[in-house]
Design a protein around this ligand. Structure first.
Ligand SMILES: Cc1ncc(COP(=O)(O)O)c(C=O)c1O
Length: 391
């Protein structure tokens, strides 16, 4: 058949290349759909036997899912477009009208908003408890409680949850434990080994590691993932193939990055503790931290790269400190290779009352750090010279 230009240009150069074998890195598969060669293929594809439609399944997301399942010692992983997409997909997949969820009150602010504003809209009852107080957790469980939800290291005061004890309580009651392990990463801690049923990550943070990826993951047994997958497909929150490819690329250096970041964080926490302008440092590596012993027992070779510290409650001096910092920058994210900081009171101010903020320990002089992989001497020098703003 003799094809004309307008037709030819749609087909030229698009045949799969038959003489490429074993590239060092996998290709990106941006295709939104895959050609079916036979009428029988449709049924086979629909049952997951082959790639068919991007939102349903994609080789780049599958590769990334395999790597995360390996790291978390889980059976299966869903790869989502953001951490919030992962959290909402998992919770909407597991909960039904009339169920109750008990959530750690110290989790990520937008997770709390999701619970309060979206889950409740679907008739799901939500209450909050201090997950470092096991008696309070036991007291707050109701006959209709379906799951306990927590993070391991709280933001910004770095309180550590004893997951072995939390999941023991959940197992006794026959309910699920869901953990957002974004701050810990599987390099430091693997929740499924401590009795959790589901582990969630914002891949935007340490997995991506370079502040240029937005993604999330949900890892669990095949059985639980089968329960969540229909929501995942219908909510349409899959990650795009290019981002999945880049995230898998980034994972290769995650162990190296995170170990150095954790090491730097412990050294920086020690240096800040010795600074006369700093009245408190919150990092589990410090003996003064209320869960230092627990953190030493459950974490592998570090204490996390997140920390916060308290200086004088002066808005002007905090602003001057911000201007004095030379390499460390204010950024509304965390987990990147470069050290960044935020001002929690500014971030939380719109969502909580003055009294709530005070109870949460937020004050003008509280600064949160996400420690990067710089030479620790440069980090200490930068913070030390900037803290002179509080002279
Ligand atoms: C602990 C934690 N979980 C979830 C999220 C949400 O992730 P994303 O921004 O990728 O939706 C964040 C974001 O900061 C976070 O810190």
């Amino acid at each position: 058949m003799q094809l004309r230009l307008d037709t030819q240009i749609l087909y030229q150069g698009t045949e799969p290349c038959s003489n490429i074998r074993n590239p060092e890195v996998p290709p990106i598969y941006p295709s939104t759909a895959y050609i079916l060669d036979d009428m029988e293929d449709y049924d086979f594809a629909n049952k997951g036997g082959r790639y068919y439609y991007n939102r349903t399944a994609n080789p780049n997301r599958d590769g990334l899912g395999t790597a995360i399942s390996y790291l978390e010692h889980g059976e299966s992983t869903l790869i989502c477009s953001s951490g919030m997409a992962a959290i909402s997909t998992a919770l909407l997949g597991l909960l039904h009208q009339g169920d109750h969820i008990l959530m750690n009150k110290a989790v990520y602010g937008e997770t709390i908003e999701l619970a309060n504003h979206i889950l409740t809209k679907f008739g799901i009852q939500v209450t909050f408890a201090d997950f470092t107080d096991l008696e309070e957790v036991k007291r707050e469980i109701l006959p209709n409680t379906k799951l306990l939800y927590t993070e391991i290291i709280s933001n910004p005061l770095t309180l550590v949850v004893d997951l072995d004890e939390i999941s023991k309580i959940a197992t006794e009651k026959g309910i699920l434990t869901v953990v957002d392990s974004t701050f810990t990463t599987p390099i430091l801690f693997r929740p499924l080994e401590h009795g959790a049923d589901i582990v969630i990550h914002s891949l935007t943070k340490y997995f991506g590691g370079h502040s240029d990826i937005t993604g999330g993951s949900v890892t669990a047994s095949e059985k639980l993932i089968r329960q969540i997958r229909p929501q995942y497909l219908l909510l349409g929150c899959c990650m795009d193939p290019g981002t999945a490819w880049l995230t898998l690329r980034s994972i290769k250096t995650m162990a190296m990055r995170v170990r150095k970041q954790n090491e730097n964080a412990s050294a920086l926490a020690k240096a800040l503790s010795a600074d006369p302008h700093v009245s408190a440092v919150y990092h589990p590596s410090l003996k003064s931290h209320p869960q230092h012993t627990l953190a030493s027992r459950i974490f592998d070779g570090g204490y996390g790269a997140m920390m916060s510290f308290q200086v004088e409650d002066s808005h002007e001096k905090v602003n001057s400190f911000m201007h004095r910092l030379k390499i460390v920058k204010y950024l509304g994210t965390l987990g990147g290779i470069r050290t960044t900081y935020t001002h929690p009171l500014t971030a939380f101010r719109n969502d909580f009352t003055e009294q709530e903020l005070e109870k949460m320990g937020m004050s003008e002089g509280l600064i949160r750090i996400s420690t990067g992989a710089e030479d620790i001497r440069d980090l200490v020098t930068d913070f030390t010279q900037a803290l002179k703003a509080f002279d």
